[in-house]
Design a protein around this ligand. Sequence first.
Ligand code: 0X9
Ligand code: CA
Ligand code: CA
Ligand code: ZN
Length: 427
Amino acid sequence: MFSSRRTAVTIAAAACLLLPVAQAGVSAATDDPAAAPVTAARGTAVYTVPDTDSRSRTAINSSGAQVLSVTGNTATVEATPEQAERLRADGFVLQAQQDVVSALQKLNLDREAGPGTTAFPPNDQGYHDFAEVNQVLDKAVADHGDIAAKSSVGKSFEGRDIPILKISGNVAADEAEPEVLFSCNQHAREHLTTEMCLRIINRFTDGYATDPAIKEVVDSREIWIVPVSNPDGSIYDVASGRYQGWRKNRQGSGTDTNRNWGYKWGCCGGSSGNPTSDTYRGTAPFSAPEPSALARFVDSRVVGGAQQIKAHIDFHTFSELVLWPYGYTYNDVAEGMTRAEYDRFARIGTEMARTNGYTPQQSSDLYVTDGSVNDWMWGKHKILSFTFEMYPSSGGIDGFYPPDEVIERETQRNDAAVDILLREAGA
Ligand code: 0X9
Ligand code: CA
Ligand code: CA
Ligand code: ZN
């Protein structure tokens, strides 16, 4: 029943797409009686921009607008009317697709109204809110205490523990086994990634007793999983009774935690110094408590002078990409990255992408980012660190809110890639 309602919502959303170009600078919200403000100040719309490349997409981000996704050479961009006008003056072709407030409004049609809610909408109950994530972790430990242990990497800005699960044979001991980290939901609205981390947890705990291949991996690795790297933002995105389209943490007007990592922070035009920007880098490297806590955890895995964590995936949505460092430079080879090391990233990234159908590329091929997690993981610790941009391959703001019916298919899609990374951690 919920799926047919979802279909109706999707069709309604599609019907308002593709405004005539002549009106493109005008917000569609004014034409839409259903469009009540979600976040009062949010006057942005989503546009497609054809014929972009990595440099022009970096320029779009520098203008204050934000690239949401890229398919081929076409970027999907969120911008205010002023930013859109400015980009047009700079020669970009912008075609308006959707008003963000009304698009979020349409996604919210099934939502139980009212504050104090932390749960997902009735039609998206397949997603786990933060309390439910903790229940999944607690159950994994209760059911499989010999191979699963829960702890915290530290506190979020609002004081929540950021939970981490370790999975390994003889889990209570720190054994000399290659360690692998999976992290999810750095960006608040990218809820499908939390489900990805939960799938990894369930697969390697529930499968242990019956699947020899799973047992082999769990017994020869120490697997760390952080399902919700940004709990405050993730909860905020859902809790008001409506999806907010929120990306950052909840410190002041929000820091983009994936611009706050302390390797070449703010170096290269891949982040913003404006606190209201969606790519605000914060006041200093690790000024945001969430990446700071995760970084201190990773630092703590240096044992006897050797970093134990060998490989890492940070899951994001969307665009269906496998990305590797560096993000701060267009160059393949740079300080701390030899040609051989780059080629290893490309080889493993390409191999993983063959299994899930994503597009493999260096992360700066998307656009330049500085202060991202992968650059820090590799630049400081030589951890083989990838970003996966999950389903869908393209879309507007609704791309962050795929219906819960896709969770199983789109998380299962990455099983083989996860297995490849776990293998490579021992190479
Ligand atoms: O911009 C980002 O932080 C990531 N894309 S998202 O749409 N999920 O926000 C991409 C980060 C890729 N860059 C690096 N990994 N360096
Ligand atoms: Ca072990
Ligand atoms: Ca160990
Ligand atoms: Zn993201």
